[in-house]
Design a protein around this ligand. Structure first.
Ligand code: 5GP
Ligand code: MN
Length: 335
């Protein structure tokens, strides 16, 4: 039904919604769908509930993204309420689009979830597969199921490849399958410039970002007994080095690279100092999604998850240290 409606001659009003603080996969998947639906002559908008990282300013089509603000609140509300289809992209629960959540609840539009996170809420159409490493794989499958692979041009391919690249940690995470590389190959056939995309995503950072990394690594603690490492970034660190949250991308993986470590944690003090955002990464079968859900009101994937605590930095770390012994046997047996 979804496929025939989208493929029909009747123009549809479609709104694409990536999650808050969209990452490469959320933005890449959304932009690819924006180009694709425009080719089908639908009326499409891409609305982001929050700002996106400056590092994505070069993405094809990024100027089309409408970012929620107080000024455009009513325009956005109208667009969401009057749409035929709302696409929820790369998230599993409407709490991940905080500013738009209520508009979505009030809208009679058919809601289509395209996502790879576990335990998705139920919507009218579910393109959910928790086994794929990136939502952009599901977008590729969607276009393929529509029999429209010929409509994937260089721009769409670039957007999907960015999703693949960023959510697979540049093709190195265990979630990768032969399908991942098959699709990457198909995208490369469309003429994308792989090394250019890599260089822009990975190798353009400021001196201050490197200094913040240095400070963060200096604070790193290793709990050998629990094969765990953790570190923190305070609001004042961020201020001193004039860094933004997106500059901290990838910091958490340094600790995980230490031999024998299977669990890495990063505490990030929000600017308001009222809450701490916590990131979790693991190797092997230690499930950080369950850990984050149980203790930090969070969730995510088996090896990459996040959560939040409304507490000070030191109290949050203290709390974490108090629960970690309960996971001793899971951590020492994780392979
Ligand atoms: P990050 O550590 O990069 O912020 O998040 C890693 C993954 O964990 C994300 O892909 C996302 O799926 C999940 N995640 C992060 N923060 C939260 C949160 O507060 N709630 C939920 N449910 N998932 C989160
Ligand atoms: Mn994703």
């Amino acid at each position: 039904m979804l496929f025939s409606n989208i493929n029909g001659i009747k123009k549809k009003k479609i709104v694409l919604l990536p999650h808050d603080h969209p990452d490469g996969d959320a933005l890449g998947s959304s932009l690819a769908l924006l180009f694709y639906f425009r080719k089908l002559k639908h009326d499409v908008d891409l609305i982001s509930s929050t700002e996106y990282s400056k590092s994505f300013q070069w993405l094809p089509g990024i100027k089309n993204v409408i970012v929620f603000s107080k000024q455009n609140k009513y325009l956005i509300k109208k667009k969401i309420e009057n749409s035929d289809y709302l696409f929820l992209i790369d998230f599993n629960n409407i709490s991940r689009i905080k500013n738009l959540k209520n508009f979505l609840i009030d809208s009679n539009a058919k809601k289509v979830l395209i996502d790879h996170h576990p335990y998705p809420s139920c919507f009218d159409f579910m393109l959910s597969d928790t086994k794929v490493p990136a939502t952009s794989i599901l977008v590729f499958r969607f276009i393929s199921n529509m029999n429209h692979l010929n409509k994937i041009d260089k721009e769409i391919a670039t957007c999907l490849y960015i999703g693949l690249m960023t959510d697979t940690g540049f093709f190195r995470f265990p979630s990768i399958t032969s399908e991942t590389h098959f699709i990457a190959g198909k995208l490369i056939e469309k003429g994308i410039n792989v090394s250019h995309i890599y260089n822009i995503l990975q190798e353009k950072y400021s001196e201050n970002r490197l200094k913040l990394l240095s400070k963060t690594l200096n604070k790193l603690k290793v709990l050998e007994k629990y094969r765990t490492t953790y570190t923190s970034i305070s609001a004042s660190d961020m201020k001193i080095f004039s860094c933004k949250k997106e500059d901290t991308e990838g910091f958490i993986y340094y600790g995980l690279g230490i031999e024998n470590i299977v669990f890495s944690v990063l505490f990030f003090e929000e600017k308001t100092k009222k809450s701490i955002k916590i990131s979790f990464r693991s190797r092997g079968n230690f499930n950080v999604s369950i850990f984050a859900k149980k203790h930090f009101q969070g969730g995510g994937h088996k090896n990459a998850a996040g959560g939040i605590l409304e507490n000070s930095l030191s109290e949050s770390i203290k709390y974490f240290l108090s629960i970690i012994p309960n996971y001793y046997s899971d951590l020492i047996t994780s392979i």
